[in-house]
Design a protein around this ligand. Structure first.
Ligand code: ADP
Ligand code: MG
Length: 547
């Protein structure tokens, strides 16, 4: 089925829909859209399988919305999806498609939102409901959602819904729908459980699979790095420094790992936060909002939590842990390079995992190139280049007379020397080239610790304003309503040092940086290992600033 992508004008769509698609900036249909739209419009049951990011929402949304009768105030289509984020995202995409058809109303319904609000919205006569199975079932049982006129049902991300244990709810819902309905199922993967579901609930479905030729994969550069476990964090930081992505997504295999890596990244001064199943919905929303508006640069996530993330411009996906399942590899890297943008994926492989990576390559037919870690020398070069570029752009902007005066006042020195000294001041790193943990095989762990200690001291020296001060990182922040005096009080009480000698305190949402005299660090860390602030147990660490 290697059909060329179609132009939307070649399809039999209403002028209102075509204008809306035009406004959305879609130039041509994606392969899954090209193959699904006409079939769905004709009333055919469809199983649509393609990777994440290939435009499945519009593949069913466009033909489905075309079939809605805007003069009939009854629920005519029901879309089931696994998460609240997805329900909202699908509704939003539908509303964009409906821009020139004001008579059709869509609402998302999901757990966590007050049910009364949804009930009154449903009463207003909506034609399209996008919901999570649990909440949809709830409304059906309360009879606040009537599906007697529902002639189209969609299961979006069916694999994910089954993984999340929604099978019974889905069956309950589908059993109550009209028999003559059209049933559409979309999924990135097709495990047997899904095929069973299609046998039971679909009528002679057409299976449309698009594996390659997708929007995403060709534009993604996939690279792997052989890195031992204990050096992964260093490797991650170094790649982030070199590539300077605006947004990146780091995948770990467990929730615990996610939290660990997030804390370590925060400790090194990166704006990182966790996303996993233990977070409450409000916390997830907050994290996602920050990621979207870029106050957060790194999102560390588990596979399940990252599903349904609707952020299109993730620059790099890191597989910090090699995914356990080959399918996950595809899902993960599909988070970058969305909608035709360039993206990169970096995969860490420790020891024998290289065999597993080969399996992934065979299974997914992906080409994953072996990459070489940037050395500290590379990083220095890149920083020099970045700094030089910045200086050039400042010179181009002009408005320098105030500073020219300063340089002139140093008349005894040549301008060349002054400029060179400024570069040295900004870029100099006295032992940058001498040792590089990533390229030395430490003889044993003591050796590694020594390296770590050294680089800690080195970075601290650079970051603090006063060379006798050092930064502490504490895992409590604004969200816990912590105040500077709580921090000062806790440190002074526990470690017995005077609150007066504590320096700057920067409180962020989830963590705090505190400057303290270097010679008190040992004492503070040793006395505060199980300290509580505002009644909450906190971790306190010596912060390593971003290089
Ligand atoms: P999937 O459900 O397959 O993971 P989505 O439906 O979420 O993919 O689409 C991913 C992104 O691609 C969205 O931002 C969507 O607006 C965009 N998109 C969909 N169809 C097209 C198209 N034909 N051309 C360009 N972008 C598209
Ligand atoms: Mg989707």
């Amino acid at each position: 089925m290697n059909q060329e992508p179609l132009n939307f004008h070649e399809m039999n769509l209403s002028s209102e829909t075509l204008r809306a698609i035009e406004d959305m900036g879609f130039e041509e249909a994606t392969p899954i859209q090209s193959q699904c739209i006409a079939q769905i419009q004709a009333g055919q049951d469809v199983i649509g399988q393609s990777q994440t990011g290939t435009g499945k929402t519009a593949a069913f949304g466009i033909p489905l919305l075309e079939r809605i009768d805007q003069n009939l105030p009854k629920v005519q289509a029901l879309i089931l999806c696994p998460t609240r984020e997805l329900a909202i995202q699908i509704s939003e995409e539908f509303n964009k498609l409906l821009r020139y058809r004001k008579g059709v109303r869509v609402i998302p319904i999901y757990g966590g939102q007050p049910i009364e609000r949804q009930i009154s919205a449903l009463k207003k006569g909506v034609q399209v409901v996008v919901g999570t199975p649990g909440r949809v079932m709830d409304h059906m049982q309360r009879r606040t959602l009537k599906l007697s006129e529902t002639s189209i049902a969609v299961l979006d991300e069916a694999d994910e819904m089954l993984d999340m244990g929604f099978r019974e709810d889905i069956e309950f819902i589908l059993d109550k729908l009209r028999d003559d309905r059209q049933t559409l199922l979309f999924s990135a993967t097709m495990p047997t459980a899904i095929l069973e579901l299609t046998k039971m609930y679909q009528n002679n479905p057409k299976h449309i699979t698009v594996i390659r030729n997708t929007l995403t994969v060709p534009s993604i550069e996939q690279v792997y790095f052989e890195v031992r476990e204990s050096l992964k964090l260093e490797a991650l930081c170094r790649l982030i420094d070199v590539e300077s992505p605006t947004l990146s997504l780091v995948f770990c295999n467990t929730k615990k790992r996610v939290d660990e890596i997030t804390e370590q990244l925060q400790g090194r001064g990166y704006f990182a936060e966790s996303l996993h199943g233990d977070l409450k919905q409000v916390q997830r929303d907050l994290v996602m909002r920050k990621f979207r508006n870029r106050t957060l640069e790194i999102l560390v996530a588990t596979d399940v939590a990252a599903r349904g993330i609707d952020v299109d411009d993730i620059d790099i996906v890191f597989n910090y842990d090699l995914p356990q399942d080959e399918e996950y590899y595809i899902h993960r890297i599909g988070r970058t390079g969305r909608a035709g943008r360039a993206g990169q994926s970096f995969t860490f492989v420790a020891g024998r995992e290289i065999y597993k990576l080969r399996e992934i390559m065979r299974h997914t037919k992906a080409t994953i190139k072996r990459g070489k870690m940037p050395t500290l020398i590379d990083i220095e070069e890149i920083k020099t280049r970045q700094f030089t570029e910045k200086i050039k752009s400042i010179m181009e902007d002009g408005h320098l007379s105030k500073y020219v005066n300063i340089v002139e006042s140093l008349g005894d020195y040549s301008t060349m020397d002054i400029a060179a000294a400024l570069f040295k001041f900004h870029l100099h790193d006295e032992d940058a080239n001498t040792e590089d943990v990533l390229f030395e095989e430490p003889r044993n762990y003591h050796d590694f610790d020594r390296h770590e200690e050294k680089s800690k001291q080195k970075s601290n020296k650079k970051a603090k304003t006063d060379k006798n001060m050092a930064r502490l990182f504490i895992t409590i922040g604004k969200r816990d309503k912590v105040q500077p005096r709580d921090i000062v009080g806790a440190i002074a009480n526990e470690s017995g040092i005077s609150g007066k000698i504590i320096g700057n305190i920067d409180i962020y949402d989830d963590f705090t940086f505190v400057d303290v005299p270097k010679n008190t660090i040992k004492k503070i860390l040793s006395t505060m290992s199980s300290a509580k602030i505002k009644g909450r147990k906190v971790k306190i660490e010596w912060a390593k600033p971003k290089r």
